[in-house]
Design a protein around this ligand. Sequence first.
Ligand SMILES: [Zn+2]
Length: 212
Amino acid sequence: MKKADKKVIVAIITESLKKKPKGGARKKLREFFLENIGVVLRAEQLREVSGNISEWARRVRELRDEEGYKILSHNDRSQLKPGEYLLETAKPEPAFTREISKETRAFVLDRNGFTCQMCGAVAGESHPYDASRKTRLHLGHIIDKSQGGTDEASNLRAICSVCNEGASNITLTRPDFLKLMTQIRRATSPDQIEALKWLTTKFPKQAKLFVK
Ligand SMILES: [Zn+2]
């Protein structure tokens, strides 16, 4: 092989390495999000930044799920349209949600009936306070870690993204019993039946005791 040919090959290889740096897409996306905190970014922009790779959306999910960046989509914020993304803060979420094992996560979600323990929203269904959002469940600590709470299943509960963000004030505090009963008594029969269905699913054993 001539020296000149070798040079050409080296140049080609260098060029191809430049185009496809290993793991580069995620890094580029991370940098782009961090340069645009609080800015609504569109899918087309993200695809372009990623180097036009088809898995750009997967890389965005990895930033969110593996690295803990609070990248919001229309499932988290009603102001966002499908295909729009927004990084809320530069600081990734505390790693605790990622340290909790898949088994614990599955156990807690199952125990909580895949239902947000603050507002009652069901995973995958439209959110009761915002029908445009699909309910996505997270695990929350019952006693905060800063107050000595642990990552044990007994200290964890399912919380939807709406309640997790504290986006809705109604969901922040549990309704007191009298107010709750007043609301239920004033509700329409179909809604009362829906509530009954939900309660009997949540408390099957107890429900049997009341049915004569
Ligand atoms: Zn909720």
